[in-house]
Design a protein around this ligand. Structure first.
Ligand code: ADP
Ligand code: MG
Length: 521
């Protein structure tokens, strides 16, 4: 395609955007040809979301030039961007939960007949668009009843319904299960086939390689590389993202993956540090979510629990952590029964917990980084009846350095940090205390490659230091990369438990979808 003949869909030149002292974009550029799927990649905090919010009119740039289909649109507002066909699907959804799918899609562009909302026509149009794009949604369902994946489809549909010719998706797969991710790729390919342009923000290299045509890499607010997907390799992208060579152990070097765990399959028998027997747990609607689960984790072992989300993993972890009541069964740490202990007493007994939802459970976003680094452990930082501010700061300085938390400012509210850096706070806190058993739920969700590498290394260190680790992850590659044994959870049960050497995506897949069952003790 010749750039000279037709203007690109997007051309952003030398964009600057600051938030107070934080320079989120400092000379960022982006050029995307019409009809392409373009991956905008970079580590957390690189300035990707900010650049796309500038393009979609949510923020005015401090300086720089913006063109869309050859027209100068510098500093336009959201409404103008939408009218011109630039639509952004956000990381956090903006749907009205009490309205139906059709009503949400129509919102802001209501069709009326004699002053009344023309619901029938709207539902028909939504159904047509849904067919044309492969975005399967049921127009009459209430949004509150939808899964996260379905809600995302509605967001995309809504954006297309408003006539988007440029669709911007900000880390859309962070909330999706593997089958939902495959569906999303199909949808994006169909949208591209209609001639629309797509910008996909992601930091997952396998996604970049699978779906994109072209790539822009950002680092520290600047554009550092433009690549054609067919002409590059993951290692090259990763290097541009972090500015140095990265060990891509997880997704790309299968041999390393196998070798690391093969040596560890014959562990010496030792008394388990975590023991769970016949555990029964109910979900929020009082339905059985964990249905008689038993397993144990030995010192120096990572037990991975694989499975599609929503099969009881969340409830299992919450029950183990003391955040949810147990209806039956027993939990023990180093032979001590902790089934009825409080969260704090479990911590004292040697349990640490990296929660699945860092916003709901792991952090208080308005508290400072230093305060978040001691949450739940405040009693360790008192002198007499006084809080010892000096030790809190000393702890923060140490942890910020050890876990490479950026920006280096213990006083910043956690809210001001990127997702990856917020997760590092949680991990630094939970792994920085004395513990014997670590519950790690989705430890690298929404985290960039450099940080994933770092977090995985810390988990392996803890394993090698003799801790027992229960790893729950919807990312099968992560489970395979780290675990010594792998269990699959389906329908509230562990349907198989295998040594790492016997597990692979092909072996585990049928258990994850319920196609195979071998009820394991
Ligand atoms: P990315 O999407 O690449 O992770 P962002 O564009 O979200 O990066 O953030 C870039 C930097 O700007 C980060 O340091 C982030 O903390 C900061 N930042 C982003 N939005 C705001 C905001 N509304 N207020 C203050 N700082 C912000
Ligand atoms: Mg972002």
């Amino acid at each position: 395609m010749s750039m000279a003949e037709s203007s690109p869909a997007i051309r952003l030149t030398d964009i600057y955007k600051s938030f107070g002292p934080v320079q989120a974009n400092r000379g960022a550029s982006l050029e995307v040809a019409a009809g392409e799927i373009h991956a905008l990649v970079g580590e957390n905090g690189a300035g990707k979301s900010t650049l796309m919010r500038v393009l979609s009119g949510m923020y005015a740039p401090d300086s720089g030039r913006m063109e869309v289909f050859g027209r100068d649109v510098t500093g336009w507002r959201t409404a103008e961007a939408i009218d011109a066909g630039v639509g952004m699907v956000h990381q956090h959804f903006m749907l009205v939960p009490t309205l139906t799918v059709a009503e949400n899609v129509m919102l802001g562009r209501e069709l009326t007949k004699n002053g009344q909302l023309d619901r029938e026509r709207a539902e028909r149009e939504v159904a047509e668009l849904s067919r044309a794009t492969g975005l399967a949604v049921r127009a009459d369902r209430t949004v509150a009843d939808l899964s996260v994946g379905e809600a995302q489809r509605v967001e995309i549909l809504k954006t297309l319904y408003r006539g988007a010719r440029i669709l911007i998706l900000d880390e859309p797969t962070a909330v999706l299960s593997p089958p939902e991710i495959d569906e999303l790729w199909q949808v994006l390919r169909q949208v591209r086939a209609r001639g629309e342009t797509i910008v996909l923000i992601t930091h997952k290299l396998d996604e970049v390689m699978e779906i994109s045509d072209t790539i822009t890499v950002m680092r520290n607010g600047r554009t550092v590389a433009r690549l054609r997907t067919a002409e590059t390799r993951p290692a090259e992208i990763a290097k541009a993202m972090v500015g140095r060579d990265v060990q891509l152990a997880m997704h790309y070097i299968d041999e390393v993956r196998g070798a690391d765990t093969a040596a560890r399959t014959h562990l010496p028998p030792s008394a388990p540090l975590l023991e769970v027997r016949d555990l029964l747990v109910e979900d929020a609607r009082r339905l059985t979510a964990v249905n008689g689960v038993s397993f144990s984790v030995a010192p120096g072992e990572i037990l991975g629990i694989a499975g599609v989300e929503g099969n009881g993993q969340t409830e299992l972890l919450e029950a183990l952590a003391g955040l949810r009541d147990v209806r039956g069964g027993r939990i023990a740490i180093a032979s001590r029964d902790i089934t009825r202990l409080t969260v704090k007493a479990r911590g004292d007994a040697g349990l640490s917990h990296i929660p699945e939802d860092r916003h709901a459970r792991g952090l208080i976003l308005d508290y400072s980084v230093a305060e978040n680094l001691i949450l739940g452990q405040q009693h360790r930082f008192t002198r007499g009846v006084r809080i010892d501010q000096e030790r809190i700061h000393e702890n923060a300085r140490r942890q910020i350095a050890a876990y490479d938390i950026r920006p280096v400012d213990p006083q910043l509210p956690a809210r001001a940090l990127s997702g990856g850096n917020q997760q590092k706070i949680v991990i630094a806190r939970e792994m920085g205390r004395a513990f014997q058993v670590l519950l790690a739920a989705q430890p690298t969700r929404g985290v960039d490659v450099g940080a994933i590498e770092f977090i995985h290394a810390r988990l392996r260190d803890a394993r090698d230091a003799g801790k027992a680790i229960l790893l729950v992850s919807a990312d099968l590659a992560e489970i395979l990369a780290l675990s010594d044994r792998i269990a699959v959870m389906y329908g509230g049960r562990l349907v198989t438990v295998l040594p790492r050497a016997e597990a692979s995506e092909e072996v585990l897949g049928p258990y994850m979808t319920g196609a195979a069952t071998e009820h394991a003790a």
